[in-house]
Every structure is written in structure tokens, then in C-alpha cells.
Write a protein that binds this ligand. Sequence first.
Ligand code: ADP
Ligand code: ADP
Length: 218
Amino acid sequence: VALSFDRVSVRFHRGGTSAGLQDLDLKISAGEKVVISGPSGAGKSTLLHLAAGFLEPDQGAVRIDGQLPPGAAGVAWVGQRPWLFHGSVRENLTLAAPQAQERTLWAALEYADLAEVVRSMPEGMATPLGEEGHGLSGGQASRLALARALLAGAPLLLLDEPTAGLDPDSAQRVLKALERLADGKRSIVMVAHDAAAQRSGERQLVIEQGRLVEDRRA
Ligand code: ADP
Ligand code: ADP
């Protein structure tokens, strides 16, 4: 889907200072993969929250395909600590796609580089972030969230620092899985600090103090 911000402002007032986003004009085309960076507190998460429909702008409008409100077309969200259901890997996938066939579930696991992990689990299916040391690692949990997004078929994928806190190897696996999901149809917007994640975007935006200060294509 296409995502447009039309002169969007959001203000948070705290102790006399205001922060948020100011007068954001931005068009993201359907199928584009965009990476957003900038200092902490610049307004990057705020932009993602607006795109997801978690937050309403004070001014301006955020639109999907020029007319729909955010969220109307289906959004998948992957944060630093992905929200997984309390249950097995399988349950996490089937809750997202109840109709999916076995073959499709495994294809999604392959996509997310998790098939090996799941095959090596005692009962074939791991418990995400489980106790007793046999849960998924942070990187694996992020990749499971990506597999779920793939199965759910959400046309817009929003990622808030999905590789933060992961070791370089693990972060690389997450970026690889994300690359496989970037099929040119699904629109992807990712906030990222690390250089590797930033390089993975075909379009790179920089936000500083609530303003878009850079917009370049790789
Ligand atoms: P970034 O993701 O770039 O680190 P954020 O978008 O999270 O920045 O935040 C931008 C600014 O808005 C920060 O100063 C932050 O403290 C403030 N802010 C964000 N969300 C809220 C909120 N719900 N209430 C008050 N202030 C907020
Ligand atoms: P990987 O390289 O396999 O992706 P990570 O670097 O993400 O692994 O995680 C390293 C270790 O930290 C893992 O063994 C995992 O058990 C643990 N871990 C990471 N995130 C979490 C979490 N949210 N809850 C519990 N354990 C975690």
C-alpha cells in the first residue's frame, strides 16, 4: 500500500517544552522499503505510531492509498521485543493464519530462517521466550514475528528497531529474513540505528527534532 503523511504535526507537551513531529510531508509508495534513522527522541517512533494508527495527528492527515485511515489495510508491527502470543511457535503462526496449510507454515519458517531451529526442538515446536532456557532467543523471536507478518499477509510492515540489542550475527539473520519479505508489494518502514540495518533500505530518511531532514534513495 501507499502511505502518505500530509503536513502532519503531533505535539507532546512536557514541562514547557514540546516535542513530537512537525509538518511532516512524506509519500511512501506501495512496495517501497524505507529505513528511518535519527537521534533518540527525534520522533521516529511517533512516525511509526501514526502509520499504524496508534496515534492521531494534531494536524494534517495520514492516509493509506490516498484515502483510507491508517490501519485500514492491515498492519504488521515488529518492535524490539516482538509481541508473541504465549504459546508455541506453531500457535503463533496459526493464530495469524488459521487457514494456512502445513506446507505454507513451513515455507514461512524457511523464509524466516527458523525451520532448522524448529526441527531441532524436542517437540518440533518451541515456546517463544520460554522459561528454563529453551525459549527462542531475541533474534529468533524477531524472525518469528516476521514469519507471522508474512502469513498474515499484512500489506504494511512497521518495524521499530527490530535489531537493537542483538549481536551482529543475529541482527544479520533478522535483516536477511526481512529482505526475503521485501517482495516489492509489501511496504516496509523500519526505524534503525545500526549501519547494517540502515544500508538495507532502498530509501533512507533521517529525522531530527521532529523534522524530516534527509530523504535519499540508495
Ligand atoms: P524516537 O523514536 O526518535 O526516539 P519518539 O518518537 O519516541 O522518538 O519521541 C519523540 C519525542 O516525543 C520525545 O521527546 C518523546 O519523549 C516524546 N514523546 C513520545 N511519545 C510521547 C507520549 N506518548 N507522551 C509524551 N511525550 C512523548
Ligand atoms: P540469536 O543469535 O540466536 O538470535 P540473541 O542474541 O538474540 O540470539 O539472544 C541470545 C540469548 O539471549 C539467547 O540464548 C536467548 O535465550 C536469550 N534471550 C534473548 N532475548 C530474550 C528474551 N526476550 N527473553 C528471554 N531470553 C532472551
